[in-house]
Write a protein that binds this ligand. Structure first.
Ligand SMILES: [Zn+2]
Length: 68
C-alpha cells in the first residue's frame, strides 16, 4: 500500500504540522535509523501506516530557539 492509496492523509497531516509551524516529512516506510526525533508510526483511519520525521532544518531551528 502506498501513501497515494486514494486519500490524502499524508498531505493533511503535513498541513496540520505546517499550520503549527513545524515542517515534517511523512513516509510510509519506517526510517532506516531511529534518531532522537523519530516518532512511533501513525496509522490513519484508512489503515495506512505512516512515520513522521522532522526535517533537519526544523531541528536546527528548535536548537536555535532552545527547544529541548
Ligand atoms: Zn488515510
Amino acid at each position: 500500500m502506498t501513501a497515494d492509496a486514494g486519500h490524502s492523509c499524508a498531505q493533511d497531516l503535513r498541513g496540520l504540522a505546517m499550520r503549527d509551524g513545524v515542517d515534517i516529512v511523512i513516509s510510509t516506510q519506517p526510517p532506516l535509523v531511529r534518531g532522537p526525533y523519530t516518532t512511533d508510526s501513525f496509522v490513519c483511519p484508512h489503515g495506512v501506516e505512516y512515520w513522521i520525521e522532522l526535517i533537519g532544518e526544523q531541528i536546527v531551528q528548535w536548537m536555535k530557539d532552545g527547544v529541548p
